[in-house]
Design a protein around this ligand. Structure first.
Ligand code: ATP
Ligand code: MG
Length: 375
């Protein structure tokens, strides 16, 4: 395997060597896709959805190199035009080797998308973009799907942060997509999203277009023991030891949330310690919080006093089941239940507080949670 400077990735995906577990989830997704079912992938933020999609595509491609896998993260898109633009950019040019018919379709789509070549004012190099007229967006999307379908190849399309379509002005997008997706034979989709309430509603509520049209896969924290073994492998390769106790302690500090575990492991990996114990972990946690200190301060500076007080109170409790309860309000000298309700709603919308499925509330970012507790 190609050796990385940092085996604990905190961004993107490299290969199965640097990816821990998720065997059951991968298998479940692959079996569904190969069986022609679309998949919905849901989890809170930073647990590893996007990396899992790439891991699944990596394996599918290895198993059958003739399949095509397309991944797009639609978080930055604001409307269907931008969605189509991104989709076109991802797929166009990839399937043309599949024959003249497909090439013709590609050219037609390409012309309808009005390709624009401009010069980057900074680098001076030519830049290429596609633009979509809003009146043509639905039609262009149909042509792109037709282009994939008619290639005769198995195509897998992952649309990450799928709940973003709910913010588009055109409220018909959801129904339109569903109506097109259901007739495709050669194209299967993964719809992934981190806003669990929105995603669940979209796929599990009977009055919505996508109701029960997909198989749902939820991901949770990676098993502590399996994660510990994965981590220790990289330290052992450098004649270093990460004790079981130290790993468990690290994992518990961030409730096993993948990105935070990875971040702490990567900091440990770059430390000089040969024998890594709990004290080393504590030192690394301090370092991680120090790194974030100015951005957390900046964030608090831009929040209202009520918001900061509520965040602090939730962090101190760890998990709050009754945010409007008398005891909680008195203990942290918070405002009235009605104003607290509005404050909490805003914090949830801003993804600073996470509203768990068991109706409790936690500070979303594990480092912010720790930082607030030290405030
Ligand atoms: N199973 C895994 N083993 C090792 N590293 C992982 C694993 N899953 C995710 N990661 C790493 O953790 C980080 C966060 O994962 P990822 O971005 O996939 O999460 P996400 O759920 O898509 O987050 P978000 O909701 O914020 O988009 C990434 O850097 C990724 O490399
Ligand atoms: Mg993601």
């Amino acid at each position: 395997m190609k050796e990385l400077n940092n085996p604990f990735l905190t961004i993107g995906y490299q290969s199965p060597d640097y990816f821990c577990d998720r065997n059951a989830e991968s298998k479940q997704i692959i079996q569904n896709l190969q069986g022609g079912n679309n998949v919905t992938l849901i989890s809170p933020r930073r647990l590893g959805k996007s990396a899992l999609i790439k891991h699944v595509f990596y394996q599918m491609k290895q198993h059958d190199p003739s399949v095509f896998c397309f991944y797009m993260d639609i978080y930055p898109t604001k409307n269907l035009e931008q969605f189509v633009q991104l989709f076109a950019k991802e797929v166009l040019g990839k399937l043309e080797s599949e024959g003249e018919k497909v090439l013709k379709k590609a050219l037609t789509i390409f012309q309808s998308l009005r390709p624009v070549i401009s010069i980057d004012p900074y680098s001076g190099s030519p830049e290429f973009s596609l633009s979509v007229e809003s009146s043509m967006a639905q039609q262009s999307l149909e042509s792109i799907l037709d282009y994939l379908e008619s290639s005769g190849k198995r195509c897998y399309v992952a649309i990450d942060e799928f709940q973003q379509i709910l913010s588009y002005d055109d409220k018909n997008t959801e129904a339109f997509l569903r109506s097109k997706v259901q007739f495709l034979q050669n194209v299967c989709f993964i719809f992934a999203g981190s806003e669990q309430h929105l995603m669940s509603e979209m796929f599990m509520s009977p009055e919505r277009p996508f109701y029960r049209s997909t198989s749902t896969v939820e991901i949770h924290e990676i098993d502590k023991e399996v994660y510990g073994q994965f981590a220790n492998r990289f330290f052992l390769a450098k004649d270093r030891t990460l004790t079981r106790e130290a790993f468990d302690y690290l994992y518990d500090q961030v409730d096993g949330q993948t990105w935070f575990v990875q971040k702490l492991l990567s900091l440990l990996y770059f430390s000089d310690d040969k024998l890594i114990d709990k004290a080393c972990v504590n030192r690394i946690v301090d370092l991680a919080l120090q790194e974030q200190d100015s951005s957390f301060k900046y964030l608090c500076h831009h929040l209202s006093q009520n918001q900061v007080s509520l965040l602090h109170a939730i962090a101190m409790e760890g998990r709050v089941y009754q945010p409007y309860g008398k005891d909680f309000i008195r203990k942290y000298r918070l405002s009235t239940p009605s104003s607290l309700k509005a404050t909490l709603k805003t914090l949830v919308e801003q993804q600073l507080v996470y509203s768990c499925l068991d109706n409790s509330f936690i500070v979303y970012d594990r480092f912010f949670h720790m930082w607030l507790r030290r405030m």
